[in-house]
Design a protein around this ligand. Structure first.
Ligand code: F6R
Length: 613
């Protein structure tokens, strides 16, 4: 979603914050803007469209001067994609400029109040209301400086925000604040870089602190003060950002999505490192060790997530019941949070999220925790809101995921949920020997993913055969039903091809009507308990003219007789197969998007991290 970068120090602000803004492009946006302050005067330049449009505009106006500045990428919520609605927004009285991520829910009431006081608005946004409100409250002669005005304004608003504010009356100050949307302050030598995402900070410093909800930070070149919106002092928790530049640069790859697909063997190895103990037949998860007793005694596990994370959670549901023998269910966080769920005693809630910032997942976790559940997180981004709001958790450790389409985070989420299942299973129903055998299988996964990635060129060739078709089906059973959902989601989100994923047996209950001559149907048909049934479903599709691409187990030569194309994955026990079968589906989606000429890393309308409902 929207991105924020701010700078205060001794260097020219514009190049530094524009470079930061480019690192945030992956998050998805539709307009960009910048404000710099020089000699107590703020200049704003903003444009609908890409950061490149903004740069072109800056080439016309000339570079903005000043060693304090802020920049923003906007993902439209209130008001269309226009120059006027892009951030920063200014007030009409006190020389205030604001950039904002999130939504001010009571903006309409506040706008009427401000209009009654004579303020004239130039945009349709909720953010301009905030800028006007801060300007209205700012009154240095009455002791209300910028920090106090921001605190007072934020006491009046409901909704979510991460904001960065500058004021012409205080040319050496930047004020930032957060509630419900991420914001990090990076601490350099005599300079500070503020951003909604660590990737815009790490080129300058790795010392940083994330803001908690209702925190307001006043930053000058000589230091900062953290308080709450009610002006109580806060001591921030400064930490080391665990990210290096190489991880967020493309290297030899053309797209981040491609890079991240190919990083999966390493990502899974990093995820397993130090956690698998074959000799002792156990899995060690430091993050859960204090809660082992609660997990042994758990009566039910509820997993919540959205999109790809939900698909991983669905595999986790199967795994927890199969291995740990604990009733489990995976649900859309957005549904769970509003449906008055019943949380029995000894329920464990697991929020699955790459970013750790998804608004619905966070709210669902709060709902479960408030009703007495033990709240766990399966999260990638260290220090993110979900990671901080849980009782305990397990990080994915797959490295930063920049590609908007989630790939390595999915395998990481499935890997971690497998580890949690084994952690619980070993303490409930599984012997050390059995656990050691599972670990042996897990250890084989990175090398097996490598073997699939070696088939990249062939997977592209197969994709080429079907890429002109506008409707696809993805079908699987058991553990690979969620994989089918994930294959369909990947294809539609970056190639804009309509795709539906479903349990293979469900096809006969309606969707079979869609099948026409040559329609591509991707079946996950690896060897497993329901293999023969999948073959029957394949026959049903082909009898109606559909063309079948099967993801099958190496050595299954017979399947060639039943399908148009086969993509092979190495043999593995069925519960672990999604970590392999998903790889050809990710590559197919990637190649389909590239062949169709789409911008894989910036798909239309999408945002990397969905911080609004
Ligand atoms: C799809 C995708 C999304 C996310 C979803 C949840 O490729 O990336 O469906 O999986 O928005 O995001 P996180 O995992 O950050 O909570």
């Amino acid at each position: 979603m929207c991105g924020i970068v701010g700078y205060i120090g001794s260097k020219p602000a514009q190049p530094l914050i524009l470079e930061g803004l480019k690192r945030l492009e992956y998050r998805g946006y539709d307009s960009a803007g910048i404000a710099c302050m020089d000699n107590g005067k703020i200049t704003v330049v903003k444009k609908a469209g890409r950061v490149a449009n903004l740069e072109a505009e800056l080439a016309k106006t000339g570079p903005l001067k000043g060693t304090i500045g802020m920049a923003h990428t906007r993902w439209a919520t209130h008001g269309g994609v226009t120059d006027a609605n892009a951030h920063p927004h200014r007030d009409d009285k006190a020389g205030i400029a604001v950039i904002h991520n999130g939504i001010i829910e009571n903006y309409s009431v506040l706008k009427t109040y401000l209009q009654d006081k004579g303020h004239v608005f130039k945009s349709d946004t909720d953010t301009e209301v905030l800028a006007m409100l801060i300007g209205e409250l700012y009154s240095p002669s009455e002791g209300v400086d910028l920090e106090a005005a921001v605190q007072a304004a934020l006491r009046e608003v409901t909704g979510a925000y991460a904001i960065c504010v500058m004021c012409e009356g205080e040319p050496d100050t930047m004020v930032v604040a957060r509630k419900g949307a991420p914001l990090i302050v990076g601490i350099g030598a005599g300079e500070y870089v503020v951003a909604s995402d660590a990737s815009a900070i790490v080129a300058h410093t790795t010392q940083a602190f994330p803001l908690d909800d209702y925190n307001v930070v006043k930053i000058t070149r000589s230091g900062f003060r953290t308080s709450t919106t009610t002006n109580a002092n806060v001591t921030p928790k400064v930490m080391q950002l665990e990210m290096d530049l190489e991880q967020i640069e493309l290297g030899r790859f053309e797209h981040f999505m491609q890079k991240e697909i190919h990083e999966q063997p390493k990502a899974v190895r990093d995820c397993f490192r130090g956690r698998l103990h074959k000799e002792d037949g156990k899995v060690i998860l430091g993050g859960l060790s204090n809660f082992a007793k609660e997990l042994v005694r758990a009566r039910r596990v509820v997993l919540v997530g959205q999109g790809t994370a939900l698909h991983a959670a669905m595999i986790g549901e199967y795994m927890l019941e199969d291995l740990a023998k604990v009733p489990a269910c995976a649900e859309y966080a957005s549904e769970f949070r509003y449906r008055n769920p019943i949380i029995e005693d000894r329920t464990v809630a697991i929020a699955v999220s790459q970013s750790g910032e998804t608004a619905d997942t966070l709210a669902a976790l709060h709902e479960a925790r408030d009703r007495g559940a033990l709240a766990l997180g399966v999260v990638n981004v260290v220090g993110s809101t979900i990671a901080r709001d849980t009782d305990a958790g397990v990080y994915l450790r797959v490295g930063p995921e920049i590609g908007v389409a989630s790939t390595k985070a999915f395998t990481g989420q499935v890997a971690v949920l497998t580890l949690i299942s084994l952690f619980m299973a070993r303490r409930r129903v599984m012997s050390a020997d059995q656990c050691a055998r599972w670990i042996e299988q897990l250890e084989s996964i990175p090398e097996k993913i490598e073997r699939i990635l070696e088939q990249d060129a062939r997977i592209r060739k197969v994709t080429e055969r079907y890429v002109e078709r506008d409707n696809w089906l993805f079908l699987g059973r058991g553990y690979n039903y969620p994989t089918a959902l994930e294959g369909a989601l990947k294809l539609k989100e970056i190639s804009y091809i309509h795709a539906e994923g479903m349990p293979a047996a469900e096809m006969k209950h309606g969707p079979i009507a869609l099948i026409n001559d040559g329609m591509p149907a991707v079946f996950i048909a690896n060897r497993g308990r329901q293999y023969d049934k999948v073959l029957s479903n394949i026959a049903e599709v082909r009898a109606r003219g559909g063309h079948v691409i099967a993801v099958a187990t190496e050595g299954d030569d017979d399947i060639r007789r039943h399908v148009e194309d086969v993509l092979y994955v190495p043999e593995i026990i069925e519960p672990l197969s999604p970590m392999l079968t998903v790889i050809p589906l990710q590559l197919m989606a990637y190649h389909a998007a590239v062949i169709r000429g789409h911008d894989v890393d910036k798909p239309r309308n999408l945002a990397k991290s969905v911080t609004v409902e």
